[in-house]
Design a binder for this molecule. Structure first.
Ligand code: CDP
Length: 203
């Protein structure tokens, strides 16, 4: 039996943390769809054609820790504008969503485009300042040199690109439960998400 959980939201809103915790709680598989776009952005930075990269992604590539840098995030949000890139990634994501045993997918267009029939949809947000601060701390812990101002500018630029694009723009699905994590701890955000999903499971 399949059960798809779609978790969308802007950059660094805490989708990854919430998604991993939700997947562990319910015993569902988890796909961070941002990694697919990051892998394509990374390939483009290495000189590969974006559409070709999207058509030839391998699971191995997604393990590369270099995908998690701000530079690659910026490249990802640029290749994410290309309709052929998005199209090349659709089947994989839809098959993942419908795998037996349940799946959590986090991204920008999961509840609206990839899986409009998802059993549960969440839209996780926080103010741009809070998101930039969280991402800044995360990058610092990983030893990546940057400043809070730089991270805030990056978050704002990506949000604008993601929301204003013609193809699959970032927006909450009409039936998504919105969770603003600005004033929540991780534990509170996770508990809120689990409760929303439980409600959709009918128990
Ligand atoms: O972790 P963070 O929220 O910073 O970014 P991400 O989820 O890894 O996504 C990187 C970029 O990929 C986003 O800024 C989007 O432009 C793009 N993306 C997308 O267009 N659609 C998705 N389903 C996931 C990511």
């Amino acid at each position: 039996m399949s059960f798809a959980v779609a978790i969308d939201g802007p950059a660094a809103a805490g989708k990854g943390t919430v998604s991993r915790a939700v997947a562990a709680h319910f015993g569902f598989a988890h796909l961070d769809t941002g990694l697919l776009y990051r892998a394509v952005g990374f390939a483009v930075l290495q000189g590969t054609n974006a559409v070709e990269a999207a058509q030839n992604l391998t699971a191995e590539v997604l393990e590369n820790p270099d995908l998690r840098t701000p530079h690659v995030a910026d490249a990802a949000s640029k290749v994410a504008l290309i309709p052929e890139v998005r199209a090349a990634l659709v089947d994989f994501q839809r098959a993942f969503a419908r795998r037996a045993g349940g799946a959590v997918l986090d991204g920008r267009d999961i509840g609206t485009v990839i899986c409009p029939d998802a059993e549960a949809k969440l839209f996780v947000t926080a103010s741009a300042e809070v998101r930039a601060e969280r991402r800044f701390r995360e990058l610092q812990e990983r030893g990546i040199e940057t400043s809070l101002d730089e991270v805030l500018a990056d978050v704002r630029a990506r949000d604008a690109r993601d929301m204003e694009r013609a193809e699959a723009p970032l927006r909450p699905a009409d039936d998504a439960v919105q969770i603003d994590t600005s004033d929540m701890t991780i534990e509170q955000a996770v508990a809120t998400a689990i409760a929303a999903i439980e409600a959709r499971r009918g128990g």
